[in-house]
Design a protein around this ligand. Structure first.
Ligand code: GAR
Length: 187
């Protein structure tokens, strides 16, 4: 039986696209949830016939927490994948649903929303990408897989991020393949 996967994404959605295209994964993407109503990932989902839901942060962060938890309960996923989702999930969320995140740096180095810029500023010659379980910290959960990516002399944030994202797309698919057999299945 296919595993039920829920994707959270805020922007372009190239990581989500890699999961949509991954023929080798025995998964059903039950929905893509975004916090941005103009995110290109929503177009990608619609083109693939995948259910979408937009849950914007309004004046109350508490309400958003409740709304997103209720949405995920209703969708009943086996695994939540944060793929370019630029929000911190509340503890009640990550304690309830097994959730992984793809991050564009070699954690624990350069956590947070500007990992590629921070690696460039630090002057490292190697950075990379990490897939990790999400806990209630910021990019602090247990590391599942990592791959290195070189920083080239003329890199700017855009060129380096593009090189990292090519690796990220392969790593997120391979990592999900690794962990699917270990997941409890919701029936
Ligand atoms: C990816 O590089 C992902 O690791 C990063 O946003 C990009 C999303 O690309 N996420 C973070 O920085 C989270 N802290 P995409 O929209 O093309 O999938």
């Amino acid at each position: 039986m296919m595993h039920r996967i829920l994707i959270l994404a805020s922007g372009n959605g190239s990581l989500a696209q890699a999961l949509i295209d991954a023929q080798e994964l025995d998964i059903e993407i039950v929905a893509i949830i975004s916090d941005q109503d103009d995110a290109h990932v929503l177009v990608r989902a619609q083109n693939a016939g995948i259910h979408t839901q937009v849950i914007k942060v309004g004046s109350s962060r508490e309400n958003w927490n409740t709304e997103i938890i209720n949405a995920v309960v209703a969708l009943n996923p086996d695994l939540v994948v944060s793929a370019g989702f630029m929000r911190i999930l509340p503890p009640e969320f990550v304690n309830r649903f097994p959730t992984i995140n793809s991050h564009p740096a070699l954690l624990p180095d350069f956590p947070g929303a500007h990992a590629v810029r921070d690696a460039l500023t630090a002057g490292v010659s190697v950075t990379g990408t990490t897939v990790h379980w999400v806990d209630d910290g910021v990019d602090t959960g247990p590391i599942i897989t990592q791959m290195q990516v070189p920083v080239l002399p003329n890199d700017d944030e855009v060129t380096l991020h593009e090189r990292i994202k090519k690796v990220e797309r392969g790593l997120i698919v391979a990592t999900i393949a690794l962990i699917l057999p270990t997941l409890e299945r919701n029936v």
